[in-house]
Each structure stands twice: as C-alpha cells, then as structure tokens.
Design a protein around this ligand. Structure first.
Ligand code: HEM
Length: 456
C-alpha cells in the first residue's frame, strides 16, 4: 500500500537502537515493562529492541484487524524461526501458505467439539489415576508443586491421545526431552551470546541429544504403526494423521511431516493445559466464594459419581472457572505475527517487517471491556455475557484462522480434570504465598506453586 506521510507515527519508548528498552526489559521483566508502557502510551505502541520493531497490541479492535480483517498481511515468518528450527520443523503451529492450509483442513475434523469427545475416556482415566496418588498424599497433608502435578497429567493425556503411549517411563522421558528442546529454542532468543549450534557446548550437546531421543521415539512408534494392518490401528491421533488423505490429490503425509505434526501436537498441547489448570487452582485458593460455588455445583450435580459427557453439561460453573483462569492468567500471554506490507491501524503507520505482539494478558485486563478486571469472576463467561462482549476482548487461544486447533480438546480435558479433582480435593496455598507471574514464552509462576493437598 502507499503510505500517507500524514499518518501518525506509533508512540512508544524511543531510544538509540532500543538499547535502553533492552535494559529496561531485562530489569523489569516483560510483564511489568509492557504494563508500564501501556499506562504511558496507550493501547498500541512500538518498542524497538535491537534491530527489531515490536508493535504491542492490546485493543480488541486492533486484534480484529490483525487476525481477521486484514489477516493476509500478518504471517508467522522469522519470529517463529527458533520454534521452527529447533522444535517442530514444518508442523502446523509454524507452517505457512498452502502447506498450512492443507494441514489445517486435514486436521480440523479431529479437533471439533464432537471430535475431541473421542479422547474423553483418556481424560477420565488419567484423572482417576491421579486421584489415587493424591488420596495417599492428602492423607498426610503433603505439599506438592502444583504445576508439576498438572504437567504430569496433561503430558500423559496428550501422549496417550497422540501415540496411545501407556508406559509411565516413556511419558516422563519424552516430556523431559521436549522441555529441553523448548528451553533451548527460547534461550537462543533471550541470550545473544549463545555460541553457534555446531560448537559442542554442554547446552548444544544436551539439545541435540534430546532432539535425537524424541525423533527416535517417534520413529519407533511410527515404524511399529506402519508395520500393522490399518484395520488394526488404535484410535489415536497418529492413526488419524497417517490415514488422512488430501481430498484433491488423495496424497497422504510424508514420514517427516507425520513426525513434525505428532511432535507439534505434544509441544502445543501439554504445557498450555497444565498452566491453565495450575492457574485455576491458584485462583480458587484465593477466592473462597468462587470455590464454594464450584463445590456446591459439583456436590449437587455429581455427588460421588464420576462425570460423564452427559453430566458434564450440568457443570457450567466448573467450565466458567477454567475460562476465567484463562482470562486473568492466560497460559499463552502473547503471540506474534510478522508484518508483510505497510499497513495502517487507527491512523498509525505499521511498518513492513515489524512484529506485531498480540497480548491477551493485557486485552483481558482492559478496563473498557472488563468490569473490575482484576476480580476473579467466572460468571463473566455465562452465555449472555459472552454474547454481549466485544468478540475480540477474549483471545486466550488466539483468534482468526490460526486460532488454537486444540481449544476444544483443552477445554474438555480441563473441565473433566477440575470436576473430578475439585470434587475430592481442596488444595491450599502456603500462608502468605503470592504467585509471581512472569511472561516468558508462556505465562509462568517464577516462584513455583507449592500447595498442600487436603481432602474435601
Ligand atoms: C489452555 C490450553 C491452550 C492454550 C492457552 C493454547 C493457546 C494457543 C495459541 C495462543 C495459539 C496460537 C499460537 C500462535 O499464533 O503463535 C495456539 C495454536 C495452536 N494450538 Fe493451542 N493452546 C492450548 C492447548 C492446545 C492443545 C491441547 C492442543 C492440541 C492437542 C493445541 C494445539 C494447537 C495447534 C495445533 C495450534 C496451531 C494452529 C494453527 O496455527 O493453525 N493447543 N494455541
């Protein structure tokens, strides 16, 4: 587009090559830095960091412009290179263009609200197994690290959903290897002094080992699956991926792409859901009135019964607790889009090659769109309230055509986990504990989430 010189330049902290921004970011942390800038510059502002111009997006109208109205101008290009290169290759989270379109079309049917019901038995089985462990821990009022507990169950669920993995040893190992890969990809962007990948430093060697192990594991499962008669395939995501055919060409996915997509689903689907559950426990422990309403619903509708897909429908408040935790503490507090061509948003010039940082964490706390935004109030997600609000004021799963593919999976999974565990247990925070939320790739609690397990 032709850019009109009368356009307003974006506001933001201006300093030579963004050097002061870099210093402030590392001193204050991303969350506080953006929060201060939001107060000073408003809903859209630019932060230069070295050679890169980041445009911070908080207003729901701007979210709509980038993810819907002019979505073709915003793609996942260089800003996703570390994830692409070090973790998931051509998997659907980072692919673009025709490959992304085809993969999204092929995989969408697995993740519809009805499609994900096929995984409900896994959600149920793994949560019930956790209740057994928790029974003995709660008998001694034991302290647990809640995020680790939740990560164990979501990793186990997603590995069973993808590969039908039943071995606890495999689950622990794959989880650990993938965590090493994620840590390595993230540290490259935050540490400009990291040596090139080919230098045999301990970090580089550990990364390579972890990646080889994950690939070996997936290859082993793939070999075993491909050696089977298709009629004997277990009903998991890997079988669905192997047998999915492009409706136009009849083509199936290559072996490398199968590996990348399987890994992508694990990468995208376990830590996010684990954080969503951990944040819900934190919010419940801090809001006894909400917890009482949750317990009342569970006792009234379930009694001592195990929930089924039918009885879950009678637990709307339980689901609203999850949705409210996703509002106040979104596990993915930001996501990025690279700008293909110059554009204009609200009279501001958006420069080609800048990176748009969409910030659900802040949109979800915008006082023009949320009354008393810091209050934990699950009934904000009652159907009439959802209908009445700005359609882009709530985007914990991103928005537009690249909205999270696993959102229904995660909501059903966490609905079941919370229903079963809160029916039986009442985890407590330690006295005087306050969580310190930090925005890394995901929203993390830097001081951990120690909780005492109590039976209800
Ligand atoms: C609370 C849990 C979850 C949250 C908050 C979440 C959030 C997100 C967000 C913000 C994106 C967009 C990322 C970006 O543009 O960079 C995304 C994409 C994606 N998510 Fe999730 N996610 C969750 C759970 C899951 C689960 C359980 C799965 C799979 C089992 C999954 C699979 C995916 C996939 C495949 C994409 C890429 C979609 C595309 O680009 O077409 N997610 N998710």
């Amino acid at each position: 587009m032709v850019v009109d010189n009368a356009l307003k330049p974006l506001p933001g902290p201006k300093n030579f090559f963004g050097l002061k921004n870099l210093r402030d970011l590392s001193q204050e942390g991303m969350r506080d830095f953006i929060s201060h800038c939001w107060q000073e510059y408003g809903d859209i502002f630019e932060v230069q960091v070295g050679p890169k111009k980041l445009v911070m997006i908080i207003h729901p109208d701007h979210v709509r412009h980038i993810t819907l109205t002019n979505a073709q101008n915003y793609e996942k290009l260089e800003s996703y290179d570390p994830v692409r290169k070090y973790i998931i290759g051509d998997g659907i989270v980072t692919s673009t263009g025709d490959l992304w379109k085809r993969q999204r079309r092929l995989m969408s049917p697995f993740y519809t609200p009805r499609g994900v019901q096929e995984f409900a038995d896994i959600f149920l089985r793994d949560t019930l197994a956790m209740t057994e462990r928790w029974e003995s821990l709660a008998a001694n009022h034991s302290q647990v690290e809640m995020f680790d507990e939740m990560a164990l169950i979501t990793a186990s669920i997603v590995l069973k959903a993808i590969f039908s993995t039943e071995s606890d040893q495999d689950i622990l190992e794959v989880k650990e290897w993938v965590e090493t890969m994620i840590g390595f990809a993230g540290s490259g962007t935050s540490n400009p002094f990291r040596l090139p990948d080919w230098v045999p430093t301990e970090t580089n060697i550990n990364f390579r080992k972890a990646r080889n192990n994950v690939h070996e594991y997936i290859n082993k499962v793939l070999d075993a699956r491909l050696a089977m008669d298709e009629a004997e395939y277990p009903n998991d995501l890997l079988s669905k991926l192997i047998t999915a055919e492009d409706p136009e060409t009849g083509e199936r996915m290559s072996r490398d792409l199968l590996r990348d997509e399987a890994l992508t689903n694990f990468f995208a689907g376990y830590e996010t859901s684990a954080r969503s559950m951990s944040h819900a426990w934190y919010a419940l422990a801090q809001n006894p009135d909400v917890k009482a309403k949750l317990h009342e619903e569970l006792d009234r509708e379930l009694g001592d019964d195990i929930p089924t897909l039918e009885t879950l429908k009678r637990l709307p408040y339980t689901l609203r607790v999850i949705k409210e935790a996703l509002r106040l503490y979104p596990p993915a507090p930001m996501y990025a889009k690279d700008v293909i061509n110059d554009d204009v948003i609200d009279g501001y010039h958006i420069e080609k090659d800048s990176v748009m940082m969409l910030l659900p964490y802040f949109t979800h706390r915008h006082p023009d769109f949320w009354e008393d935004p810091l209050r934990f109030e699950p009934n904000r997600h009652a159907p009439e309230a959802e209908k009445a609000r700005h359609s882009q004021a709530y985007h914990p799963f991103a928005s537009g055509q690249r909205v999270c593919l696993g959102n229904h999976f995660s909501l059903l999974e966490t609905h079941i986990i919370l229903a079963i565990l809160a029916q039986r247990f009442d985890p407590q925070l330690l006295p005087d504990y306050q969580a310190n939320f930090v925005m890394e790739g995901l929203l993390e609690i830097s001081n951990g989430l120690p909780m005492i397990l109590e039976k209800r």
